[in-house]
Design a protein around this ligand. Structure first.
Ligand SMILES: [Zn+2]
Length: 361
């Protein structure tokens, strides 16, 4: 039975307002984002030569976004920057300046509408010590809830030992980390058919997750909370292979002293999988992992953490946290999981219709 107090919280919601664009442009005119071909519904976004067409109006227009949220019955969004603005390949000073500008802007949006927005920071990951400092500032001073980071740092995998300060600080702050694909592997073979997105994005998330597991990052930081975008890439489907590989080969054991099972159970997932069947697999899988691997207390702790983040004692759920969603669905039947939703930005009308049909069905 769904309770009146339950809320749907969308944790994968990029934003880049026109004010932020102006500030980034002023900071670095050549690299700063540009919006062009502004239409009623879409524009073209260009960040340092990386062009994104059909950037939806809700991506830059807050009022439009609020209307889209109402139409798609999302109560709260956890705002994050557009990954194009990570600028990990740029000099650290520029990335740090971009991060500070965007984090202050995100904080301003969340402060203006605390009933509708939370926010997570962006970090200059090419300078890990600065990234850790920025995360601390974002959480402690700006009131953000964690950070969104890329699946690699300008081609460096996330098992790079230099990134240790970021993981240690995130764990210490109990920060929520959304891991989002960027600069994907195999791009030279994924140039046709939009495969850079269709395969490249989940592939790079999978590489990032595997690096965090097999390098022992998750094992070393038991409180680190990592949410994998796009339903975890290929991780949920191939988790058995990771475990099997650890048992039968020497290489996966080198930095991980025990099977990867426990580390794999630690991941959170969003629900952007575009298929009811796949979502059911994801939720069921995460719920099974949760039941096997965690005591009920541990599961409750996760809910408590989420409630704390909202500053509200009512029943809440992060719709896009697979493990928690599955567990709650099975345990208390108080969940509303979005079975279909478009990534990142407010939805297109055609997809909204489809969502409504699915909800009715
Ligand atoms: Zn995204």
């Amino acid at each position: 039975m769904v309770t009146q107090t339950m809320q749907t919280i969308d944790i994968h919601a990029h934003i880049l307002t026109e004010e932020t664009i102006r500030l980034l442009q002023r900071e670095a005119p050549k690299v700063g984002p540009k919006l062009s071909e502004l239409g009623d519904q879409f524009a073209t976004l260009d960040v340092a030569g990386s062009v994104y067409r059909h950037f939806p109006r809700g991506g830059w227009d807050v009022e439009h976004r609020l209307q889209d949220m109402a139409a798609s019955k999302v109560d709260v969004q956890v705002l994050s920057v557009c990954p194009q603005t990570f600028v990990y390949a740029q000099p650290p000073a520029l990335a740090a300046a971009f991060a500070r500008i965007q984090n202050e802007q995100l904080a301003k949006l969340a402060k203006a509408r605390p009933d509708r927005f939370l926010a997570i920071a962006t970090l200059p990951m090419q300078a890990p010590k600065q990234a850790a400092d920025e995360l601390r500032h974002a959480v402690r001073v700006l009131g953000l809830r964690g950070a969104q980071i890329g699946s690699n740092v300008a081609g460096k995998n996330l098992d790079d030992p230099e990134l240790e300060p970021v993981w240690a600080t995130a764990a210490e702050l109990d920060a929520f980390i959304l891991l989002h694909p960027i600069n994907v592997a195999g791009a030279d073979r994924l140039s046709s058919y939009y495969l850079g997105n269709l395969i490249g994005n989940p592939l790079d998330t999978t590489i990032a997750a595997a690096c965090l597991v097999f390098s022992g990052v998750l094992e070393r930081h038991p409180s680190l909370k990592i949410c994998l975008a796009h339903g975890g890439g290929f991780v949920p489907y191939q988790a058995g292979r990771f475990v099997h590989g650890w048992h039968v080969r020497a290489e996966p054991k080198r930095a991980l002293g025990k099977p990867p099972t426990d580390s794999l159970k630690r991941f959170y997932f969003d629900t952007i999988v575009h298929s009811r069947e796949v979502l059911e697999f994801l939720v069921g899988n995460a719920a099974r992992a949760t039941r096997r691997g965690r005591s009920p207390d541990a599961v409750r702790t996760h809910f408590a953490w989420m409630r704390e983040q909202r500053g509200n004692g009512g029943e809440k759920n992060v719709a896009t946290s697979g493990a928690d969603a599955g567990c709650q669905a099975r345990g208390r039947r108080r969940i509303r999981v979005r079975s279909q939703r478009r990534e990142s930005y407010p939805r297109r009308p055609r997809l909204l219709d489809r969502q409504r049909r699915l909800r009715r069905g």
